[in-house]
Design a protein around this ligand. Structure first.
Ligand SMILES: O=P(O)(O)OC[C@H]1O[C@H](OP(=O)(O)OP(=O)(O)O)[C@H](O)[C@@H]1O
Ligand SMILES: O=c1cc[nH]c(=O)[nH]1
Length: 365
């Protein structure tokens, strides 16, 4: 049985004890997802989502997550489709979370249970099977609800949607790699943009048309002609534009020129040309990087000043700081990203990020 285990700083000591408790047991393969110290504060969400995704993708049989109460880990992990995480505080609850709920992630609260109880919970949880029977129907209802809501939430305003599609994540790793050459980097940025826009445009309206195939006349679907606009933020947004235009070639294209003052990190505007009927269009604002959020928030303001209303921000990598800034200033805008990274460094670069997107797309440095 393969078990993924992770904790935040508060759960670090107990996590190490659980690893020691399980290590060496026949048939158990325990993989540690960090964190690696109790001394440095970290976000339970990052670890919970990593372990949750891996369990949901079938990389392991189950996961164990430890934080202060077990609650943050439980809540975050349960946001991953396919994860059923249960915070357990005694062995009875642990057994029932397996027997009735088929939990595939166990969460523990290092500050609310003692060590012997934690080990009892872990042993019981790992040894208990799902009962099946009437519980199958109930767990299936949870799965069905999960699937049905996955797309719907994209239509609400002020959302952050992270695309965890395997192709997107794979390609993202390619562009993160500092050794990826400019040509591959540029092509891959465009490919990721295509994959993202494919998902974002899932609900475009369709109309029925008549088509004559080589065999017969039939009714078929065509796009109903919703007016779209793509607005790349210069320069780096241009790298995403080709990928988006490949899928929606009839979209009008606007351009916003902004660069970040390297000292103040404030955006400096140098160009803005948008389609004349921008107020009628659904607008995809493109920029690979959402760092401090200054550039994107400013670009959204420029579009709104010219009448733009329905704006979606499409980025490859965002920092939480940038997401907050954009949503504070523009709570109506949905933000679509391939990854929500950890934080900004002292120079305003996203960590782990991919470096300077414009330089890497255009080979300047
Ligand atoms: O969220 P922010 O902190 O504003 O940073 C993000 C901006 O920084 C980069 O552009 P840059 O200023 O390097 O210009 P470039 O695209 O011309 O290289 C990036 O493409 C964003 O536009
Ligand atoms: O990490 C970052 C931040 C801003 N702009 C980039 O290109 N990269």
């Amino acid at each position: 049985m393969k078990i993924l285990i992770g904790s935040d700083h508060a759960g670090y000591e107990l996590k190490q004890k659980v690893i020691a408790h399980l290590t060496g047991r026949e048939g158990l393969d325990v993989q540690d997802f960090g964190t690696d110290t109790a001394e440095v504060s970290c976000d339970y969400t990052d670890i919970a989502l990593q372990v949750g995704r891996s369990v949901a993708h079938g990389d392991a049989d189950c996961g164990i997550l430890v934080c202060g109460t077990g609650l943050g880990m439980e809540i975050a992990a349960n946001k991953v489709s396919g994860v059923y995480a249960a915070d357990c505080w005694n062995k009875e609850v642990a057994a029932l979370s397996r027997r009735h709920n088929n939990a595939n992630v166990l969460t523990l609260g290092a500050r609310v249970i003692d060590e012997p109880t934690a080990m009892e919970i872990v042993d019981t949880w790992l040894a208990t099977e799902f009962d099946g029977g009437r519980h199958v129907r109930r767990t299936q209802k949870i799965c069905a609800y999960e699937r049905s809501t996955n797309r719907a939430f994209m239509n609400d305003a002020g959302q952050v949607v992270v695309f965890d599609h395997p192709l997107v994540q794979h390609k993202l790793s390619i562009i993160r790699d500092k050794n990826t050459p400019v040509k591959t980097f540029r092509e891959t940025v465009a490919e990721i943009a295509s994959l993202m826009v494919y998902e974002i445009t899932r609900d475009l309206p369709l109309k029925m048309i008549d088509v004559e195939t080589p065999i017969t006349r039939t009714k078929a679907y065509a796009l109903a002609g919703k007016k779209l606009a793509i607005v790349p933020i210069l320069r780096a947004g241009l790298g995403m534009m080709e990928g988006v235009l490949n899928l929606i070639p009839n979209a009008k294209v606007g351009h916003i020129g902004l660069y970040r003052n390297p000292e103040t990190l404030q955006p400096v505007e140098y160009y803005c040309k948008l389609p004349g009927d921008i107020e009628e269009r659904d607008i995809f604002l493109l920029d690979p990087m959402l760092a401090t959020g200054g550039s994107s928030a400013e670009a959204i303001s420029l579009i709104k000043k010219r009448g733009g209303k329905k704006i979606s921000l499409v980025c490859l990598i965002a920092a939480p700081e940038g997401v907050s800034v954009v949503h504070e200033q523009h709570p109506d805008v949905n933000i679509f990203v391939a990854s929500l990274d950890s934080h900004l460094n002292e120079h305003g670069y996203i960590v782990p990020g991919l470096g300077d997107a414009g330089d890497r797309i255009f080979g300047t440095r």
